[in-house]
Structure formats: C-alpha cells, structure tokens
Design a protein around this ligand. Structure first.
Ligand code: PAF
Length: 284
C-alpha cells in the first residue's frame, strides 16, 4: 500500500494507474475508520478498481470548533484497516495544500443550494459547502471512475450527486448500504463518544427505522410511530421526517410510493444520524 500526502504525487499516482489501463475507485474519509469505511473499500475492490482512500479531517465542514477538536484520530488502526481491505493508495493530504488560506476562508466554495439548506444544513450552517468543496477538490486530484460513499450520510450523498451532475464530473457515485453494529446502531466515528446509557436510548432510532422499513404505512401512522418511539426514549430530536429520496423534500400527504425516513438526534451531546426506506400507502 502506497502512503501519500503530497498533492502532486497523489495526482501522479492516479494518472499512472489510469495510464496502465486500470480504473481508480475513490473512498474519501476523515479517518477513525470502521467497518462502514471498510465496506466501501471492499465494494471498490470488488468492482476491480485500484482503491484510493483519502483521510482528511476537513475543517471547512465543521461549524462547531469543539466538534472538530473532538474528532477521533486513530492513524495506526486506520493504516491497518486500509491495508486489510485492499486500499492501494492511502492519501493523507496536508491542510496547507488542501486549504492554503486556512483558517481564513477560501475564495472558492462549491455550494449546492436547496439540498444543502435542509435537515443537517439547518443546524450545521456551511457544513455541506465544506463537504462539497472538499469532495470537489479530492475528485479533481484523483480523477476516479467511481466514488464510493456510505448511505448512512444520505443527505451528503444527495448533495454530492447533485454537484457531480451539475459540474459534469465523469464519475459514478455509488452509495453503499449502512453498516450496523450487531445491536442495530449505524456505525459512525462519533459512536465512541456516546455512553452505554446513551447508546441504549439511541438504539430506538434504528429500531423505529427497522419497523418503518417493513410493510406499508400511511404517512400519518409513520410519523406518529417514529415520534412516539423517539420521545419514549427521551431522545433530543433534531428532525425525524419522511422525505422524497432524491429531492429530500418532505413527503406530501396523499402521495404514495417509496420514500426515505431521515432522523437526527443528540445523545450525550453527540449528533447521530440515520435513515431508512419506507413504503407509503393510502391505506397503511
Ligand atoms: O463523510 C465523510 O467522512 C466526509 O464528509 C467526507 C465525504 C470524507 C468529506 O470530508
């Protein structure tokens, strides 16, 4: 496994891979790798791509400085996970090359209006501008054929798909299923900051999503079920909504079909997000 940090070397490595006739698959991460990240690398390996994984804790997507400073860092473990899951180049770009003017704002920002302003974007202003800008830069340097992202960050994937289409990036965005712990909690680097008691309450999120993924629901029954379960667990709910899977617009009453349920809660001061599918039917 190649370890790179220099932007020119990273670009050159990817060029050489393409020149040799192979495809590049990109897995962008912020480190603290877990089985969810590993599944993205596995998907890329399975597709036959030369897997480039980036680890960059992007300060521009943190609206809260304490969240940034609390972000876990596990470099030795990350190397091991990457190596075991077939990553061919592990890139840790340097802050001064990614955002040369940091901590001052960068003149150029990629902003996806609409999709970035709802749900996560409401409580975390500027978050998706930071994500869209960094993913744009990582795509530009890497030039992958496929980009692998986790479905747990459903809104993030929607934002990325939108700017990939709008800016004409020649890359296929593959979203991979959320990986869960055996108790059902969606894997997240943030989980390690949640107490055992908080975790027990947070599990109501995945349980409620599991209920809603089965059978058919009226919109009203789905919303009531979701809110009751989250309230019973005394969770601090940021949002819990049934939405259109592409536009993320709130699901209109009277509309039927496949939709998505998006949830964000705060547990022990940690923001946890999750989502799942649902079928909305008039009759329930
Ligand atoms: O999901 C993440 O880890 C980050 O938002 C990403 C996509 C690596 C951009 O910094």
């Amino acid at each position: 496994m190649e370890r790179l940090s220099d932007l020119a070397e990273w670009r050159h490595w990817c060029e050489e891979i393409r020149r040799s006739g192979r495809t590049v698959g990109l897995v962008p991460t912020m480190g603290a790798l877990h089985a969810g990240h590993a599944s993205l690398a596995d998907a890329a390996t399975h597709a036959g791509d030369a897997v480039v994984m980036t680890i960059f804790v992007n300060p521009r997507q943190f609206d809260d400085p304490s969240d940034l400073s609390a972000y876990p860092s596990t470099p030795a473990e990350d190397d091991e996970v990457a190596r075991r899951h077939g990553v061919e180049a592990l890139v840790r770009p340097r802050l001064e090359e990614m955002w040369p003017s940091y901590p001052h704002p960068t003149a150029t920002t990629v902003r996806v209006s609409g999709l970035s302003e709802m749900f996560e974007g409401v409580d975390r202003p500027g978050h998706f501008d930071g994500v869209a800008s960094v993913v744009t830069k990582i795509l530009t340097v890497t030039g992958p054929c496929r980009l692998y992202m986790g479905e747990k960050d459903f809104q993030q994937v929607a934002v990325v798909r939108q700017f990939v289409r709008d800016l004409g990036f020649d890359v296929e965005v593959r979203s991979c299923p959320t990986v869960r712990d055996s108790d059902g909690l969606a894997l997240s680097s943030r989980n390690r900051r949640v107490s055992a008691e908080g975790r027990a309450r947070a599990l109501e999120v995945s349980r409620a999503l599991h209920d809603l993924s089965e059978g058919r629901w009226t919109l009203r029954a789905a919303q009531a079920h979701l809110l009751t379960r989250l309230a019973d667990a005394e969770l601090d709910v940021a949002y819990a909504e049934v939405v259109d899977s592409e536009t993320l617009e709130r699901w209109g009453s009277g509309r039927t079909g496949r939709a998505r349920v998006l949830v964000a809660v705060r547990v022990d001061g940690v923001r946890l997000i999750d989502n799942g599918p649902i079928t909305i039917d008039e009759e329930g």
